[in-house]
Design a protein around this ligand. Structure first.
Ligand code: ZN
Length: 265
């Protein structure tokens, strides 16, 4: 595992040296009423988060999805209805980054969507999603399960989980113009303030979060973000300090209708 992360960091820093350093924030694209309507129907079929937004924020959300999708190359394995799938996967990235100014995660150019769980290299284990230097990978079957209206509030959402990993890698491993300064600053505060929470959980050997969160700090981050969006009220009630820390770092509160906390983070 150590070797893997070293290789991983090495790849990111090699890539970063080749990037230019011009700062730019992606402008939100202008879109037609037809595109807004079409995207709203597709996104609204799965995302309660989107349906709850006030009208002007729905427009911002759709513009961001449109821009995100246009800037990524989607690869599909064993799937049809590709346009809709690319819109839905983009929407999960926009949900996680909605409070941030720089939402593109521009380090990642490629997104791989597979029909079902998959194997990597020669490993026996099946994966439902992962993030690697060459892209973001998701099983679409499990993507849909994450957003299913019929399941219990089980705090499981593979797309939110992988987008949380991708956001962190984009901002801390790739030193180039695509980072978000609000996120970087507040994540550093987040990781120092979560120390006592982790210590407490390890001492008590139980937590509201599933045990996978305690594999390492990266998983703690991704599992926390999953719970934050899947059942915000549950997380706020059971781990209020963690909930507040996530609100600050992502600049949004999913319990509120308008989500975003500060308009200029
Ligand atoms: Zn993970």
């Amino acid at each position: 595992m150590q070797g893997f992360f070293q290789r991983f960091n090495g790849l990111f820093s090699t890539r970063a040296e080749k990037q230019d350093t011009v700062l730019h924030y992606p402008e939100e694209a202008e879109i037609t009423d037809d595109i807004f309507h079409e995207y709203s129907i597709i996104i609204g079929s799965l995302f309660t988060y989107f349906n709850d937004l006030p009208e002007e924020l729905k427009l911002r959300f759709v513009k961001r999805v449109y821009q995100f999708k246009a800037n990524k190359k989607f690869h599909f394995v064993g799937l049809e209805d590709k346009e809709d799938i690319a819109i839905l996967v983009s929407a999960s990235a926009i949900q996680v980054t909605f409070g941030l100014k720089n939402y593109m995660m521009s380090y990642f150019k490629d997104i791989y969507v597979l029909a079902d769980a998959y194997q990597m290299d020669n490993e026996e284990e099946l994966y439902i999603g992962h993030v690697a230097p060459d892209g973001i990978y998701l099983s679409f079957k499990h993507f849909l399960y994450g957003y299913s209206h019929n399941k219990k509030n089980d705090n499981v959402n593979v797309a939110v989980h992988e987008m949380a990993h991708a956001l962190l890698y984009n901002n801390f491993f790739a030193q180039y113009s695509g980072t978000d300064s609000h996120f970087r600053l507040n994540y550093e505060k987040f990781s120092s303030s979560t120390g006592p929470i982790l210590a407490n959980v390890i001492a008590n050997r139980r937590s509201y979060l599933r045990s996978y969160a305690f594999s390492n700090l990266h998983e703690f981050w991704a599992v926390s973000v999953e719970a934050f969006f899947e059942n915000p009220a549950g997380l706020k009630m059971n781990m209020p300090e963690l909930y507040e820390a996530l609100c600050r770092v992502l600049n949004q509160d999913p319990i509120t209708q308008s989500k975003i906390l500060k308009s200029e983070p």
